[in-house]
Design a protein around this ligand. Structure first.
Ligand SMILES: *[C@@H]1O[C@H](CO)[C@@H](O)[C@H](O)[C@H]1NC(C)=O
Ligand SMILES: *[C@@H]1O[C@H](CO)[C@@H](O)[C@H](O)[C@H]1NC(C)=O
Ligand SMILES: *[C@@H]1O[C@H](CO)[C@@H](O)[C@H](O)[C@H]1NC(C)=O
Ligand SMILES: *[C@@H]1O[C@H](CO)[C@@H](O)[C@H](O)[C@H]1NC(C)=O
Ligand SMILES: *[C@@H]1O[C@H](CO)[C@@H](O)[C@H](O)[C@H]1NC(C)=O
Ligand SMILES: *[C@@H]1O[C@H](CO)[C@@H](O)[C@H](O)[C@H]1NC(C)=O
Length: 400
């Protein structure tokens, strides 16, 4: 039998160890940095402190955010780190509803300048419903005043998986300047009526794979902005939402080309568009090439296949001046299901720079309404067709 003195000694030693080594085997649990996880105390500082120590560790390390509800203000996971870091979350992080508490940065949770990040698990609840009411970009064209739920800036060689983003105030996730990043099994959920809540936006990034995502939102499920290169989107369920988009492109000067995008094995349900490429009229020169859409199921999608080089929401452009974004080497293959409107395939390219080398094969889209059958339109494009095509190719062919 151990004496009580010995037991007390052991207890003291353990207590002392717990105090001086907040980490165990390079695991940094936010509770050891003061996180209360009680649904009302602000746990931001605890998360930042745990991150800073993990990031400074010379060996691979892990930040743990346990189950429960954490109130979290604007937080930045800032690199570079000395070694790869895993951030493993089980809990639900909730953003403040008060926008004034998020003014310090342009995203709620920002992960920046990190090589070798693994972000796994956790629910990120932007509590955006009150903010949507303040989003007046339908009038101003500027929607940047609201924070993005999760921002990945200059993150390389990283994996983001099994995370959930709810009710973001603006976009759910934004990747900017990232290289070699995999997003796997991401769940996104916001009301169909929420404004500018794009699911995953990628810009100026190379080597991004998005797979097995379930996205319900009020804007594009996935949108790929300028400088998106070598991006694969696979097995994404989208809807409600505005579909999967490349663009919009050509609104700004100095945009980088979009090169090498594959969208495959996706299902879109009750969305406003299916797969689309959109560019602004009166644009500077630009380029989008090597864009491939394959094996896609459309369920009651309003415009399943769309190239729109006259994209001009809210009349914010000189619509009569053609877009100078060149769209070339595009394929639409095995795209089938139902269209909620009669015009199921709409290819409206620019009269200034017509689309080139567009291929279509295995299209079967049925109009669900009772005003005849599905139709298609081609403007400033002469696609190459193979295999069975329904609706028939370029049923109305115009040049504008
Ligand atoms: C990420 O990769 C880019 C391009 O290779 C490089 O310029 C940047 O320094 C890298 N960032 C980090 C945090 O390693
Ligand atoms: C890409 O990132 C993964 C980690 O997600 C890493 O294992 C792999 O080596 C990286 N590839 C390159 C070419 O750096
Ligand atoms: C993405 O998938 C492609 C094709 O499956 C693969 O070649 C590439 O290495 C993957 N990249 C990442 C970042 O996972
Ligand atoms: C896409 O679906 C096809 C047909 O169902 C299948 O053969 C292929 O392996 C799938 N590809 C990916 C990357 O999931
Ligand atoms: C089909 O889409 C239309 C337009 O988005 C919508 O009004 C209608 O409810 C949808 N039908 C079904 C069966 O979901
Ligand atoms: C029926 O389709 C034709 C074009 O095919 C269109 O002009 C007309 O407006 C449609 N009618 C209704 C009620 O949608």
């Amino acid at each position: 039998m151990m004496s009580s003195i010995a037991i007390r000694g052991v207890v003291c030693l353990l207590f002392w160890l717990a105090l001086v080594t907040k980490s165990q085997g390079n695991t940094y649990d936010v509770r050891h940095y003061g996180a209360k996880i009680n649904g009302h105390s602000d746990d931001s500082q605890a998360i930042v402190s745990a991150w800073r120590e993990a990031c400074a560790s010379p060996n691979p390390s892990k930040v743990v955010i346990p189950a429960g509800t954490l109130m979290v203000g604007a937080v930045k996971f800032q690199g570079p780190c000395k070694a790869p870091v895993i951030v493993q979350a089980q809990g639900t992080l909730k953003a403040p509803t008060d926008l004034n508490k998020l003014k310090s940065q342009d995203g709620w949770i920002v992960l920046q300048n990190i090589d070798g990040l693994t972000l796994v698990g956790g629910t990120f609840d932007g509590q955006g419903s009150t903010a949507w009411a303040e989003n007046n970009c339908a009038k101003t064209g500027k929607c940047n005043s609201l924070p993005i739920n999760l921002r990945f800036n200059m993150v390389n060689n990283s994996i983001i998986r099994d995370i959930t983003s709810l009710n973001s105030k603006l976009f759910h996730m934004n990747l900017l300047g990232c290289n070699n990043v995999t997003l796997q099994h991401v769940t996104i959920d916001a009301a169909a009526t929420s404004l500018n809540t794009d699911g995953i936006h990628v810009g100026r990034s190379n080597g991004i794979n998005i797979s097995d995502a379930n996205i319900k939102t009020g804007d594009d499920c996935v949108s790929l902005g300028d400088g998106s290169q070598h991006v694969n989107v696979e097995k994404v369920n989208c809807g409600p939402g505005h579909g999967i988009s490349i663009g919009s492109l050509g609104k700004y000067h100095n945009e980088e080309p979009v090169i090498g995008v594959t969208i495959r094995n996706c299902t879109l349900t009750n969305t406003m568009n299916g797969v689309r490429v959109k560019t602004w009229p009166a644009s500077p020169n630009g380029l989008a090439r090597d864009l491939h859409f394959e094996n896609i199921v459309m369920n009651n999608v309003s415009t399943p296949i769309l190239i729109d080089q006259q994209y001009c929401p809210y009349g914010q452009c000189k619509a009569q001046v053609p877009s100078k974004v060149k769209i070339t080497d595009v394929s639409f293959k095995d795209i089938r299901g139902t269209s909620a409107t009669k015009l199921a395939v709409k290819l409206v390219c620019s009269r200034g720079t017509p689309c080139q080398n567009v291929e279509m094969s295995g299209i079967h889209l049925v109009y669900e309404g009772n005003n005849g059958s599905a139709t298609s339109q081609c403007v400033n494009v002469k696609p190459m067709f193979t295999g069975p095509l329904f609706p028939p190719a370029c049923a109305s062919s115009l040049s504008s």
